[in-house]
Design a protein around this ligand. Structure first.
Ligand SMILES: Nc1ncnc2c1ncn2[C@@H]1O[C@H](COP(=O)(O)OP(=O)(O)OP(=O)(O)O)[C@@H](O)[C@H]1O
Ligand SMILES: [Mg+2]
Length: 313
């Protein structure tokens, strides 16, 4: 069953330098209990895509298309209706909890916020719920630590608290934006392990935004590869790594440590001056005249495997 269906999503900003086309005609589905990874280079629009689902973008943004959550278009809801979705139905976990947490409020107060808002629990019940959650994300001595402030937590413990806050209302979907970026490798591995367990136990679906393919490989069932504003390849996690089709996906994989460290020639286009045709054509060694002028559609190359490239037409 599809939990979230994104249809022809476009997100534009008006900036001094021109129109920023951050998301261009994105179509994606996330099934119940499924984890979909969005991977791509910095600035390609991953965070904007995540924020647009919860309608957390600034006023100067133009959003078109449909974002169907349990069949209902989130883009058509009122701000009041949207507030009932955020944190309760769909929660977001951000990178760097220190900047998204309030330094003057205790961890307990912040983790309790979604339950106080959505389940109207009183302080005492909310606090018990928080302690239970902190325990489930394996924060030691939760009844003591619940009264501490964010700066008293280590980076890894803060990220655990953030996950607890995301899960406290048992949402159906978690949007996790670079949840392990900035943590050191051992802590990163622990957080990945924790996320794997909690997702399995709760059956929660996840949209995982990351440029860390190791993390994506561990956590995702499916992966969508994003190249300035659009999805260029979608496949199950095994096929993305073992059988990548798009020249960009291949290049991206080859640029990684352990897989050749061979950078893709040229630079990623800015979202203001996106090339016509296939957006990757200026950097692609297979590009033909057609790639310069015509935008490739998603082509099915295998079971649940789609590629936006004329090589497979
Ligand atoms: N409010 C805004 N107004 C104009 N442009 C914006 C705004 N917010 C983001 N952008 C631009 O949109 C583009 C996409 O940004 P986004 O944060 O989604 O990238 P990302 O793929 O998440 O990158 P990273 O991997 O570095 O987190 C960037 O070029 C950014 O400068
Ligand atoms: Mg980002």
């Amino acid at each position: 069953m599809t939990l979230l269906g994104i249809r022809n999503l476009k997100v534009y900003f008006y900036s001094e330098d021109g129109m920023v086309r951050a998301v261009n005609d994105v179509d994606l589905d996330i099934g119940e209990g499924e984890t979909l990874g969005i991977i791509g280079e910095t600035g390609c629009g991953k965070t904007i895509l995540g924020l647009s689902i919860l309608r957390l973008l600034s006023e100067n943004t133009k959003v078109e298309g449909r974002i169907l959550y349990k069949g209902e278009d989130l883009l058509k809801l009122s701000e009041d209706e949207m507030r009932k979705i955020r944190g309760k139905e769909i929660a977001m976990i951000f990178q760097n909890p220190l900047s998204s947490m309030n330094p003057v409020l205790t961890i307990g107060t912040q983790v309790a916020e979604p339950v106080e808002l959505h389940q109207h629990l009183d302080n005492q019940n909310a606090k018990e719920k928080v302690i239970e959650m902190l325990k489930s994300v394996r924060i030691p001595l939760p009844s003591k630590r619940v009264n501490e402030y964010p700066h008293e937590f280590s980076g890894g413990m803060r990220q655990r608290a953030m996950i607890a806050m995301g899960l406290i209302c048992m949402p159906s979907l978690i949007i996790a934006d670079e949840p392990t970026t900035g943590l050191d490798v051992t802590i990163q591995a622990q957080i990945v392990e924790l996320m794997k367990e909690v997702l399995k136990d709760s059956g929660t679906s996840m949209l995982l935004i990351t440029h860390d393919l190791g993390v994506a490989a561990e956590l995702c069932d499916y992966i969508a590869v994003m190249y300035p504003g659009e999805i260029v390849e979608y496949a199950d996690v095994r096929n993305i790594f073992k059988n990548p089709k798009h020249p960009y996906t291949r290049g991206f994989l080859d640029s990684l440590p352990g897989r050749g460290l061979k950078p893709i020639p040229g630079i990623s286009p800015s979202l203001i001056n996106i090339p016509d045709g296939c957006k990757f054509h200026p950097r692609c060694s297979y590009a033909t005249g057609r790639c310069k002028n015509e935008r490739p559609q998603m082509i099915e190359v295998g079971e649940k495997h789609y590629v936006r490239c004329f090589l497979y037409d």
